[in-house]
Ligand binder design. Structure first.
Ligand code: PEP
Length: 246
């Protein structure tokens, strides 16, 4: 399966940084893994217009197509301006915006309805890992935030331990391996054989220096990258590691 390296710019970036996206796009002119960047909403259209080889995504969407929801943006609107994938259930949204599994499920369905790919984020907190609840938390999140409509085309699952996001901490190789094997098993038992082709990304402090090792772990089909996606040279190092690991 080809690997996917997706960058999450969070609430960073400006118009001048479209040049970084162009540089990444140029790098991907040669055959590389699949690459996506999710900038803040106002940059999606320009990023889409300036790229040919990578996908542009969004970081969130509303559950409805349109309506009296001031300040919200629908999946359909995002697709119209160039988004092909949409992150849902990122831990920062679960924490800052009180997004529950039920809401994440409705958002995933909204992304599917609109015809884009939902990148559904799951992962345990440090307290949950310390209490040895990691796998039960992942199970609960997948049971309640993944809709019936999941296919390998419309869904990517991103395993992001909350304690590894933006902290520089990365789980042990065995911890990533066992979480990804568990997620693969859940997907296969819920959605059947086809689920073997659903990509499972690892996210949490991925950098050029640790990407090669992470990509060598079984059932790691790519990475969701925050901080290191904001500097094109750093992000390109991760793309190279994923491309070489295929
Ligand atoms: C993220 O925002 O999804 C993420 C994984 O961030 P970072 O790479 O900075 O840990």
């Amino acid at each position: 399966m080809s690997k996917l390296v997706a960058g999450n710019w969070k609430m960073f970036g400006n118009k001048a940084m479209i040049s970084d996206i162009k540089k990444i796009d140029q790098h991907c002119k040669e055959k590389t893994c699949e690459v996506a960047i999710c900038p803040p909403f106002p940059l999606i259209s320009a990023a889409h217009e300036q790229t040919k080889n990578i996908k542009i995504g969004a970081q969130n969407c509303h559950i409805n197509i349109n309506g009296a929801h001031t300040g919200e943006v629908s999946a359909e609107m995002l697709i119209e301006v160039g988004a092909q994938l949409i992150l849902v259930g990122h831990s920062e949204r679960r924490q800052d915006n009180y997004e529950t599994n039920d809401i994440v499920k409705l958002k995933s369905e909204a992304v599917h309805r609109a015809g884009a790919t939902a990148v559904v984020c799951i992962g345990e907190t440090l307290e949950e890992r310390t209490a040895e609840k990691t796998l039960s938390v992942l199970q609960e999140q997948m049971l309640n935030s993944l809709p019936e409509s999941v296919t390998p085309i419309n869904t990517v699952v991103a395993y992001e331990p909350v304690w590894a996001i933006g902290t520089g901490l990365v789980p042990e190789t065995d911890q990533i391996r066992s979480a990804h094997a568990f997620i693969r098993g859940f997907l296969a038992s819920t959605y059947g054989a086809e689920a073997h082709n659903v990509k499972i990304l690892y996210g949490g402090s991925v950098k050029g220096s640790n990407a090669k090792e992470i990509f060598s772990i079984s059932n790691v089909n790519g990475a969701l990258v925050g901080g290191a996606s904001l500097k094109s040279d750093d992000f390109i190092e991760i793309i190279k590691a994923a491309s070489n690991s295929m």
